[in-house]
Design a protein around this ligand. Structure first.
Ligand SMILES: [Ca+2]
Ligand SMILES: [Ca+2]
Length: 183
């Protein structure tokens, strides 16, 4: 699943482009300016086109852009780690797991969920995730749930129930030695 380019067209729709800018730390008026330019003659845009504007208008340096791009990778990694079952959305169960990982009181899970789940669908989409994590209000309310902390959560493999069952079977079949092979 490509989180950024959901329909795999290679080009970004307006809301996808806005979320990319959001991840890169380009917000509000600055983001509006970039989007206006990039979408002037087209209904779609590429990340490259947005970077060209940021550089062309001297809004960012090349070095800054590099670290901005690595932030996008952090967002993707964080989302994939939290979305344990790979459904493309985060449910309450997965919020519980994330709170356990960050040592945050599970009692706050419902609050975190209702903050992140902007449309009240019961699940947090990729866009809702970005909107929350980049929001000052969210950071003020849940200071330990940061992009940095989330991106350090180990890959979902360890949490995946199927993988855990597989682990138990290996242990059953091969005993202690299974662990020494890195399973
Ligand atoms: Ca999920
Ligand atoms: Ca939702």
């Amino acid at each position: 699943m490509d989180l950024i380019d959901e329909n795999g067209s290679g080009a970004l729709e307006m809301d996808e482009a806005r979320s990319v800018l959001n991840m890169m730390g380009v917000h509000t008026e600055e983001a509006q300016d970039v989007l206006r330019i990039v979408f002037q003659d087209s209904k779609q845009a590429s990340i490259q086109a947005m970077m060209d504007v940021l550089i062309g208008k001297n809004l960012r340096t090349v070095d800054e852009l590099e670290s901005m791009l690595s932030r996008i990778e952090m967002f993707q990694k964080a989302f994939r780690s939290v979305d344990v079952d790979g459904s493309g959305k985060i449910d309450l169960k997965e919020i519980f797991l994330l709170m356990d990982h960050l040592n945050v009181d599970r009692g706050l899970a419902a609050e975190v969920m209702s903050f992140m789940d902007d449309d009240g669908s019961g699940e947090v989409t990729w866009f809702e995730f970005i909107e929350s994590i980049t929001s000052d209000e969210f950071q003020a309310a849940f200071p330990s749930i940061t992009l940095e902390a989330l991106s350090l959560i180990p890959s979902c493999v360890d949490l995946n129930p199927l993988h855990r069952i597989a682990k138990q079977s290996w242990f059953y079949w091969f005993g202690e030695s299974a662990w020494t092979f890195g399973y």
